[in-house]
Design a binder for this molecule. Structure first.
Ligand code: PLP
Length: 367
C-alpha cells in the first residue's frame, strides 16, 4: 500500500507517556468514574466551550442518553439524516422512539426545508448530524425547533471543533454527542463517548442515567443504565486532548491542498465550501464520475480510498421495518453512487497526497 487509510500506527507510535499514566492509575484502583474521567470531562468541556461534559461508553450512547434524559421514548418521533452512519438511527431506535429520516443536500447535512415537512404531532426532537466534519445549518434548525417546541440533540461524532459562523458544534441544542472511537478525530484505544450540555438539570440527569440511576451507593433516583467512560480510555484521552486543535488544523490544511489540486479535474466535484463554516474534515469526501471504477483503480494502485457509505441506510435489510421504499431519498441515493473518501488525517504527508492526486488524474486521463 503506497497510501494507507488508517493512521493509527503512526498516531500511537510512541505510547510511552500513556503507559506511564496507566502505571500510575493501576495501583490506585480508581477504575470507574475515577479521577482520570473527571479530569477528562473538565478538559473536554473547556475544549468545546460548554459548562458540562459527561463521559459515556460510546458515541452511540452519547446520542441515546440525552434523548432518554429528555423523556423521549415509545410513541415519539425523532428526525435525523437519511445519509448518516447507522449509530445515529440506532441510538434513536434504542429509546423506543421512531427514527424519521430526511434527505440531505450536497453539504452532507440535513435539508432543512424537508425537516419542517417531516414534523408531525409525535415529533419530539431533531438530531442533526455534522457528517464528515461539515456543519448542519444550525441557526435554521434551532429556529425551526423553537417554533415547533422541539428539542435538538446534535450528532457531533464527526464534528469535533467544527463551527458555524464562529459558534462551535455541540453548543446549539439541549445536548450533543461526541465519539472517541479509534476512527474519530479525537480517539482513544477502544469505545468511548462524551455528551456536552450547558443545562445544569440535563447534566444532573445524564450523570444519573449513565451510572444505573444511582444517587449514591444505596439510592436509585431514576432507571438508568451502565454507560461510563472507562478510566483507562480517559487516560488515553487526557494524553491526546491537547493535540485536538493541532490535529484539526492539519486536517483542514490537507483538505485545502486536495481542494486546490482537484479544482483542475473536471470529473471530480468538490462539495460546496459554504462560507462562514469551519469544517474539520473527519472525512475528505468528494463526488466523482465512474466512482466504482475509480475506487477499484485507486486500490489497484495502492491508494486506500473508502466509500462512506455504499448502501443507503434506509435500503438496508435491518432498517426495513422503518418502511421506506427505494427512491425515497434521491440525494442520499445519488451520494451512495458518487462519493469517495481519500485519507486526510494529520499524519498523511504531502508526498502521499500527491500520489492520491496523481492516481485520480491518471485514471481520468486513461478513461
Ligand atoms: C462514529 C459515529 C457515531 C457513533 O459513535 P460510536 O462511538 O462508534 O458509538 C454516531 N454518529 C456518527 C455520525 C458517527 O460517525
Amino acid at each position: 500500500m503506497k497510501v494507507r487509510y488508517s493512521y493509527l500506527p503512526e498516531q500511537f507510535a510512541n505510547p510511552e507517556p500513556v503507559f506511564q499514566a496507566l502505571r500510575r492509575l493501576v495501583p490506585t484502583g480508581d477504575f470507574t468514574l475515577g479521577q482520570p474521567v473527571r479530569d477528562f470531562e473538565v478538559r473536554f468541556a473547556e475544549l468545546i466551550g460548554v459548562k458540562h461534559a459527561i463521559g459515556v461508553g460510546s458515541g452511540t450512547d452519547a446520542l441515546k442518553l440525552p434523548l432518554k434524559a429528555l423523556g423521549i421514548g415509545p410513541g415519539d418521533e425523532v428526525i435525523t439524516a437519511a445519509n448518516t452512519f447507522i449509530a445515529t438511527v440506532g441510538a434513536i431506535a434504542e429509546t423506543g422512539a421512531r427514527p424519521v429520516l430526511v434527505d440531505c443536500d450536497d453539504s452532507f447535512c440535513l435539508d432543512v426545508a424537508q425537516v419542517e415537512a417531516a414534523i408531525t404531532a409525535n415529533t419530539k426532537a431533531i438530531m442533526p448530524v455534522h457528517l464528515t466534519g461539515e456543519v448542519a445549518d444550525m441557526p435554521r434548525i434551532m429556529d425551526l425547533a423553537e417554533r415547533h417546541g422541539l428539542a435538538v440533540v446534535e450528532d457531533a461524532c464527526q464534528g469535533i471543533l467544527s463551527e458555524y459562523q464562529g459558534r462551535r458544534s455541540g453548543t446549539w441544542g439541549a445536548a450533543a454527542g461526541f465519539s472517541l472511537h479509534p476512527l474519530k478525530n479525537l480517539n482513544v484505544w477502544g469505545d468511548g463517548g462524551v455528551i456536552v450540555t450547558n443545562d445544569d438539570r440535563m447534566n444532573d440527569r445524564l450523570r444519573l442515567i449513565r451510572n444505573h440511576g444511582l444517587k449514591n451507593r444505596d439510592e436509585i433516583a431514576v432507571l438508568g443504565c451502565n454507560s461510563r467512560l472507562d478510566s483507562v480510555q480517559a487516560v488515553v484521552g487526557n494524553w491526546l486532548i491537547d493535540q485536538t486543535h493541532d490535529i484539526t488544523g492539519k486536517r483542514i490544511a490537507n483538505a485545502a491542498y486536495y481542494d486546490a489540486a482537484f479544482a483542475g479535474v473536471s470529473e471530480l466535484r468538490v462539495p460546496p465550501r459554504r462560507p462562514g463554516i469551519k469544517r474539520v474534515f473527519h472525512l475528505y469526501m468528494v463526488f466523482v464520475e465512474q466512482r466504482d471504477a475509480l475506487f477499484a483503480h485507486c486500490l489497484e494502485q495502492g491508494v486506500e480510498a473508502k466509500i462512506h457509505y455504499p448502501i443507503p441506510l434506509y435500503q438496508q435489510e435491518g432498517l426495513r421495518p422503518l418502511g421506506y421504499a427505494p427512491g425515497t431519498f434521491p440525494v442520499t441515493d445519488r451520494h451512495a453512487a458518487e462519493v469517495i473518501s481519500f485519507p486526510v488525517d494529520q499524519h498523511i504527508t504531502r508526498a502521499q497526497q500527491d500520489i492520491v492526486i496523481e492516481t485520480v488524474r491518471d485514471f481520468y486521463r486513461g478513461s
